[in-house]
Design a protein around this ligand. Structure first.
Ligand code: AMP
Length: 341
């Protein structure tokens, strides 16, 4: 019987509960400082304690324990944020979905290339601070979760805010920031699951994010806002959304073209969960500023299913459970190699 493993953070509870719901064994790789949290949950069968998540790469005791647990490792945002591309490639346990595509998520240039290949409308990239003409967002590399991001409308404003974030220790002086046109509108994070077993795409749900301290700024009258403030986009929480039904054809279209583009650029393609992240403007047109090539934490809202999974599955279906089901079905058909890398 297959098992599911994941790192203790991000959406570990959802993923491991999903494993239990599908009758699979659940394995948690856990930093010692967080063990007391995860010991509260009876659906976690095995804990591999580590000082750092990077221990699961290579030849150490944690890597061996993970490999011998027989588990499929489900990657999430913490793995992308804390492990290098080389570390991810060095994990000996099978990784759910496509581990190679995680690099395309972390590298801004590769990310842009994949989004272009998928034909997703994206914000205009700004070549450097000297090119800033309208509202521009400065982003850090990797899955930073929006921490240290800031908006500016001129190169002077950019330099002032950047210097302040460096002085505050939020970003480092040699960090290369990525500049992009800022699109105002309604933010939406579109969650999908693609099954290579059946060749079908499921739209799983949509969430919005609460980001500090940009969200708090809306509650402060303009004349009371400090002019030097560089609000950040640090994700604190997620909440549920449903889209106007008329937007759904385009939602599926974007998901399908993303799956097709991934299959062309990074084999075996976008298998399993992913998310396209962007903004709806005043014409209800979607501009995508990001993708995540793995489960996103916004799926934690839908531990008992979402309005969209209720249309596809006749039982409560979280993304974590859907992953476990894919592993279970693949194992039954001797096709685990088709759902892992
Ligand atoms: P990201 O790391 O790209 O997901 O961005 C973190 C947050 O920054 C998002 O959740 C948005 O609030 C904001 N953001 C990123 N890119 C843009 C953009 N081009 N226009 C507007 N907001 C953005």
């Amino acid at each position: 019987m297959a098992a599911i493993a994941t790192l203790g953070s991000h959406c570990a509870l959802q993923v491991l509960k999903g494993a239990r719901d599908e009758g699979l064994r659940s394995v948690l790789v856990c930093e010692r400082s967080r063990e007391s949290l995860y010991r509260r949950f009876a659906f976690i069968d095995e804990v591999i304690a580590v000082d750092s998540f990077t221990e699961i790469a290579g030849d150490g005791a944690a890597a061996s324990a993970l490999e011998s647990s027989g588990a499929v490792l489900v990657p999430h945002g913490t793995l992308v944020a804390q492990m290098s591309h080389a570390d991810v490639e060095a994990i000996r346990a099978p990784v759910f979905g496509n581990r190679h595509i995680l690099r395309w998520e972390s590298d801004r240039d590769m990310k842009e290339r994949l989004m272009r290949e998928a034909g997703l409308p994206t914000p205009r990239a700004v070549d450097g601070p000297g090119e800033i003409s309208g509202m521009t967002i400065a982003k850090r590399q990797g899955a930073a979760g929006g921490k240290g991001y800031f908006v500016s409308s001129s190169s002077e404003e950019y330099e002032k805010k950047r210097a302040r974030l460096i002085a505050d220790g939020v970003i480092s002086g040699d960090e290369r920031l990525y500049l992009q046109e800022y699109i105002p509108g309604v933010l939406a994070y579109l969650q999908y699951f693609y099954s290579p077993l059946t060749g079908t795409l499921e739209f799983f749900g949509v969430d919005s994010r609460h980001e500090s301290d940009i969200d708090g700024l809306a509650r402060i009258p303009a004349d009371s806002q400090a002019p030097s403030m560089a609000p950040s986009f640090n994700v604190i929480a997620n909440s549920a959304m449903v889209l106007r039904e008329s937007l759904l054809p385009r939602v599926y279209e974007m998901g399908e073209s993303f799956v097709e583009a991934s299959a062309r650029l990074v084999k075996p393609g976008m298998n399993g969960p992913f998310c396209i992240e962007g903004v709806y403007d005043d014409e209800a047109r979607f501009t995508a500023f990001e993708f995540s090539a793995r489960i996103v934490a916004g799926t934690n809202i839908y531990m008992s299913g979402s309005p969209y999974t209720a249309l596809i599955h006749d039982e409560p279906m979280s993304m974590g459970r859907r992953i476990a089901r894919e592993v279970r079905l693949a194992e039954a058909e001797s096709r685990l190699d088709d759902v892992t890398t």
